[in-house]
Design a protein around this ligand. Structure first.
Ligand code: M6R
Length: 595
């Protein structure tokens, strides 16, 4: 959802900023731009398209101070005019922004009535002009401007008359700053300076900063100086190599066995689930899981596991819905917030809400320095390693594995059992294999030839097909839908015809025949049915089906963890066959930091 960066130092600002933008591209790739201070003016280079297009336009200059942006369009199409940085009318201020200004319409109207012109349709351009209107060169220009804004923002601003200083503000969008040996690095994600700085500062909401190579000065909303404590950078393990894989997504799917091993190692060595003991659980009468997209699906699976194993009332909700539905939540609620990035705006909002209602919050996140990790009372690390492809794969598998172990831990505590869940997952990690592209060919060809792709399943399998369907639509742009296999006759069947392919997933013995019934109902309407299961289904029951995919055998409760790689790879291979870039699907971004 847009990435911002800043640099002041001894090196070429454009070069440094470009490096940061490349690392922030996961946050949006609609357009990109850089503004640098050059004597008494600000030079802007910007373009629509990906960072590579910007790189081709840049020439090295002597400038040592600048700001940069990679955009995921919210207000205004991804055009040149709407590309950041934005300048104030008098070209004094340049601004980059991550977030959404909700009252920009009113502000814009007011500024126009005062004679200001606007070149873009963005909400951000009002900020540059509000700064100009302040007619001040100190932090109050930015504080007064922000006081007029409703919404979310991480801002980095430069002024042509204030050399080698960058003004920063934050509200509900991440912003980090580091200073090391005469260089200042600013970014939406500390990954941009992990190799360059030994420590960094995290701006909290309503905090401001004036960054220069001499010092980082932090301020509160009253303009008083405040002290912030730095965080050391060493603890992050980031890998940006694709190794022999064509895409990050392919690499990340194939990393699953290693991820599971690492996860068990981490949990077992520190006995991370031990704290969820009888005393801990005694405080709660329900568990609420929250997430968006794939993280929501992981939460759904977690809720099923908790209900199944521990017999505790557990439910999962979409964060953007839950925050506005007047939820019943209090100090007897344990709220688990599932988020790969730990920066998803709606999930953070629910965390805040849950805390305000007295609930205990747990962050199930892959990014231990994220806002969510800092905000929640407890952290359950996902341990999947950096996930770069926009489509979440290994993080989903790791999230449901952690939730599986968590649910087993609760079961052990509640039912006085001693099940060694580490051992169970360890065996799974040793045995699990990722399907080969060849084994997927038939399914891929059928998906490519079909107008509609449907997924059906029940119970655990319904959760898995929800994720399968999201993955396929996300990176292939094929219109897909998922349905509980028992619901088909209540509406869905009217969509089914000979141009449909239906994937039927059945991994639970007691539901196998039920799902087969659904598959036959689709077959009878002309659909091509692809049955996906670990069972040896008698031939008579699959007669007429187009294809049967045999899954690796594991216990039914582990199948949600192991079966998903088939669907992830199906999406990946289909995307490749369509000539698309699976790592960067159109209109999407990895981290959704706006509501
Ligand atoms: O970082 P988060 O897990 O909070 O992200 C939530 C969703 O935006 C994310 O899972 C999205 O649905 C993925 N692109 C799906 O592959």
């Amino acid at each position: 959802m847009c990435g911002i960066a800043g640099y002041i130092g001894k090196n070429c600002a454009e070069k440094q900023l470009l490096e940061s933008l490349k690392l922030l591209e996961y946050r949006g790739y609609d357009s990109a731009g850089i503004a640098v201070q050059d004597k008494n003016k600000i030079n802007i280079t910007k373009t629509t398209g990906k960072i590579i297009a910007l790189e081709n336009m840049l020439t090295s200059t002597k400038s040592i101070c600048g700001i940069a942006h990679t955009r995921w369009a919210t207000h205004g199409a991804p055009t040149y005019e709407n590309t950041h940085p934005h300048l104030s009318n008098d070209s004094t201020w340049a601004v980059v922004h991550n977030g959404i200004i909700e009252n920009y319409g009113t502000i814009k109207k007011d500024l126009i009535s005062k004679g200001y012109n606007f070149k873009s349709e963005t909400d951000t351009e009002v900020i540059a002009n509000l700064l100009q209107q302040q007619n001040s060169n100190d932090i109050h220009a930015l504080i007064n401007t922000c006081n007029m804004l409703i919404g979310s923002y991480a801002l980095a601003c430069i002024n042509k008359n204030i050399p080698n200083k960058i003004f920063l503000a934050r509200k509900k969008s991440p912003l980090y700053v580091a200073s090391e040996q005469g260089e200042v690095f600013i970014a939406s994600d500390p990954v941009c300076f992990l190799s360059k700085a030994s420590e960094y500062y995290t701006l909290a909401d309503n905090q401001y900063c004036i960054a220069s190579t001499k010092h980082l000065e932090f301020f509160n909303t009253s303009g008083q100086k405040i002290n912030l404590q730095p965080t050391k950078t060493e603890k992050f393990d980031i890998s940006y190599q694709k190794h022999n894989y064509k895409h990050y997504m392919e690499k990340e799917i194939n990393q699953v066995p290693a991820v599971l091993n690492n996860l068990i190692e981490t949990y077992k060595s520190a006995d991370l689930l031990k704290k969820f003991d009888k005393n801990y659980l005694a405080k709660f009468n329900k568990i609420v899981l929250i997430g968006c997209g794939t993280a929501y699906h992981a939460g759904l699976m977690g809720a099923r596991y908790i209900q199944e194993f521990a017999r505790i009332d557990a439910s999962c909700h979409i964060a953007s819905e839950y925050r506005y539905c007047n939820p019943i939540i209090d100090n007897k609620t344990l709220c688990i917030l599932v988020s790969q990035s730990g920066e998803t705006a709606d999930t953070l909002a629910v965390c805040e809400l849950a805390k305000a209602h007295g609930a205990t919050t747990v962050a199930l996140t892959n990014v231990l320095y994220s806002t969510l990790a800092r905000m929640a009372d407890e952290i359950l690390p996902v341990c999947a390693g950096t996930e770069i492809a926009v489509a979440s794969t290994k993080a989903y598998t790791a999230q449901i594995t952690v939730l599986y172990m968590f649910a087993k831990q609760l079961q052990n505590v509640i039912a006085n059992k001693k099940e060694n869940y580490y051992e169970i997952v360890h065996k799974l990690a040793k045995k699990i294999t990722i399907p080969s592209p060849k084994s997927l060919k038939k399914a891929v060809l059928e998906v490519l030839a079909s107008e509609k792709v449907f997924f059906i399943g029940r119970d655990y399998d319904y959760v898995s097909v929800k994720e399968a369907s999201l993955k396929l639509k996300e990176i292939t742009y094929i219109n897909t839908a998922e349905h509980p296999a028992g619901e088909l006759k209540h509406g869905f069947l009217s969509l089914v015809d000979k141009n449909s392919v239906v994937f039927a997933l059945a991994t639970q013995q007691h539901l196998l025949n039920k799902t087969l019934n659904g598959a036959h109902e689709a077959l009878a309407r002309g659909a091509k049915v692809i049955m996906v299961s670990q069972f040896n289904i008698p031939k008579e029951q699959t007669q007429g089906f187009y294809h049967t995919v045999k899954l690796q055998k594991f216990s039914e409760e582990l199948l949600p963890i192991s079966c998903i790689s088939f669907f992830q790879l199906l999406a990946y291979e289909t995307s490749l066959a369509k000539g698309l870039n699976p790592d960067q699907p159109r209109n999407l971004a990895k981290s959704v930091t706006v509501e």
